[in-house]
Ligand binder design. Sequence first.
Ligand SMILES: [Zn+2]
Length: 394
Amino acid sequence: MATDLVIENIIGCNGAPTTIAVTGGKISAIGADARNAGPTEIVDGAGRLLLPGLVDGHIHLDKTLIGLPFIPHIPGDTVAKRIAAERELRRTVSLPVTARGAALIAQIAAMGTVAVRSHVDIDTEAKLSGLEAVLSLKQSHGHLIDIQTVAFPQSGIIRDPGTAELLDAAIEAGADLVGGLDPAGIDNDISGHLDVIFAIAGKHGVGIDLHLHDGGALGAFELRQIAERTIALGLEGKVAVSHAFCLGELSDSDFARTAALLAKANIAIMTNGPGPVPMPPVKRLQAEGVRIFAGSDNIRDAWSPFGNGDLIERAGIICDRQDFRADADLALAFSLVTAASGAVLGRGAPLTIGAAADFLLVRAGSLAEAVAGRDRDRIVYKAGRKIAEAGQLV
Ligand SMILES: [Zn+2]
């Protein structure tokens, strides 16, 4: 097959000059000698830095209020109060999920996000409507972004009877994973909550990604319960826990036994580096063999007026929270929104031969400078096609 595109005069993350070739939407060659015979298009990269496409491991495409005039935040200091406030707000929002989600996709694709895992609210009021909207976005916006969906019981399962059946129906309707939420803190029934989601995962052969805000010893106990069930059902490598704030506030002995079980179950931990709550310690978890990845979480929605979906900025926020300053540490934070999140989403190693030609060209002399500078002047390629330049879709 003839090469479709060759980009010359770029530098790799190691600082060395390189070239990248694309054939049929995939990377067909990369390195100093990637220029083959007969490319239809040769592009001068103008000395830009080649970065892998950004992968958002945790987003909520159905919740965002982007596309609407700014809506003031409704206060609520507990997860339960926030759930109630969101359900109230949702009844008043006229712009459909497809329009708001499309606006957010346009924004993040222009900044270099090429794939997301979107949790989608499933409850007895919204039922599957949010999922159906996000699945339609997956079809209509596949040229910009790959979308994976999690059926997320935002209002709980046990406390919102009928939700278990809706989660099962959501998987039947095309959701990729089943979600969960604070089995103790929201449902006050750890076994009951986990029974439901692990049964659905086992029945359909899908993975799990559970929101866990419960802190301290309670949260750690829940993590170990999740790990033990994961091992018992042979779901190693298919389960993620988002937030897991508790990992940032455990004694050394509790951390060690919890991390050991997470590593044995091959559970991945998602963090968005939020303040002012405890944060899972990135290096300590990796040292124990626990996979960790990152995502945006809430972007301009009922949970937070903040967030813009910029994953290079997110890597910088994680650096701030973890006191990362050395080049290698900035590269580690960047890996959480690229290779690590991509692996959790089932994508192969980025910037390798045969991988999707999803990449960025940025103005920076090194990866560390790209993370520190957060320059928005990015050229974005999705499946070998240029989709954005200077922060705008083309
Ligand atoms: Zn979330």
